[in-house]
Design a protein around this ligand. Structure first.
Ligand code: MG
Length: 371
């Protein structure tokens, strides 16, 4: 695949409201946009590494140096080896972890590949759905009353599946109040982002009584052993997020019975190529998956829409409308809800245009690298 040049951008976008998880409160989303130029076409990727290395080991400035000094020069030098997006995974396989940096290039090359083939990205990936179900992820609020108002607001916007971030001290009361207020039929799930240990089994058992769709990553970010011990003691499905970085991790977790469902984040697993492998393996094992998010801006959001068209994505995904997090986005039009779904675009590649004015406005540093 001929690559003429690659542009990297550091981007900062203000959030509509603070998004608080068990490890941080975010008011501005910082990320990197990767643009791969090839024979008149541009493939777009988004590196989701946050400003600080709190969700995983990656952070925006670190990913910037890795991309700029090592990965982009490697890609340019070895462009003759890249005939398919999967070849970028092969090219970077000796770089340990740093999956979000890898993902940004893999996704950009997938976009480019689909555009060259004249296919929507979803079709290029093998997907078949024309819409994907979406849910909302709600950050930690100061108390239960505030949470009830926030949940009600999102239900009024059309969301029908609610995921709530929890941490010790902000768990049972909040989740019980939401279950009581909105009834037994609301698909409700909790995400702890690794905030608990097996010493908190009593909390997990109380959550187990609330008929949740799943409990996401309750224990350590790199654990699959204790999660298996927990899963054996509760009927609610444990969902792994942070612990699954590859299809090999998924295999081990499923063999150990550490989870009943897996949240596939394209960025966390190194791109669409590895996400496809995890989806295929989980399907072969009868384990459902769904698509998680990283408070994504427009490019990552539409990559997520494409991957969630694959079979095996069985429950509502964290692929909300652009307006969930942002007043303005870098794709146009904004991603909107249709009922409880977002539509899969039919145009080639990611299927959305880049809003160049907004992308330029939110870019605060950029560089251009040619062979
Ligand atoms: Mg999560």
């Amino acid at each position: 695949m001929k690559i003429d040049k690659i542009v990297l951008r550091k981007v900062a976008m203000p959030l509509q409201s603070v998004f608080e998880t068990s490890f941080a409160a975010m008011t501005t989303k910082k990320y990197i946009v990767v643009e791969v130029y090839s024979e008149g076409l541009i493939g777009y990727g988004e590196c989701s590494a946050n400003e600080f290395p709190l969700y995983n080991e990656e952070f925006q400035d670190g990913a910037w140096v890795l991309l700029k000094n090592i990965m982009v020069p490697m890609l340019l030098k070895n462009q003759d080896l890249i005939n398919h997006p999967d070849d970028t995974s092969e090219l970077f396989k000796h770089i340990r972890k740093n999956n979000m940096a890898k993902s940004s290039i893999n996704c950009a090359v997938w976009d480019l590949y689909a555009k060259k083939k004249g296919l929507p990205l979803a079709k290029a990936l093998g997907g078949s759905k024309d819409k994907v179900e979406t849910g909302v992820s709600i950050g930690i609020q100061k108390d239960a009353d505030t949470m009830l108002k926030v949940v009600e607001g999102y239900l009024n916007e059309g969301y029908r599946r609610v995921k709530i971030k929890i941490k010790p001290g902000h768990d049972i009361d909040i989740m019980s109040a939401v279950r009581k207020e909105f009834g037994p039929d609301l698909p409700l799930q909790a995400d702890a982002n690794s905030a608990y240990t097996l010493n908190d089994i009593s909390v997990m058992k109380e959550l187990d009584d609330l008929n949740l769709v799943l409990i996401e990553q309750p224990l350590s970010h790199d654990d699959i052993i204790d999660h298996a011990k927990l899963q054996a003691q509760i009927k609610t499905r444990v969902c792994l997020d942070e612990s699954i970085l590859s299809v090999e991790d998924a295999r081990k977790a499923i063999e150990l019975k550490s989870c009943g469902i897996i949240n596939i984040k394209v960025a966390r697993v190194g791109g669409l190529t590895e996400a496809k492998k995890i989806q295929a393996y989980c399907m072969s094992q009868g384990i459902p998956v769904w698509c998680g998010g990283m408070v994504d801006a427009g490019i990552a959001r539409v990559h997520n829409i494409a991957i969630a068209t694959l079979p095996g994505y069985k429950i509502a995904n964290d692929i909300p409308a652009s307006s969930r997090y942002y007043a303005e986005d870098i794709v146009t039009p904004l991603v909107k809800m249709e009922g409880t779904y977002v539509r899969v675009p039919e145009a080639t590649g990611i299927g959305y245009e880049i809003d160049q004015d907004n992308l330029d406005k939110f870019t605060y540093e950029h560089c251009e690298i040619a062979k």
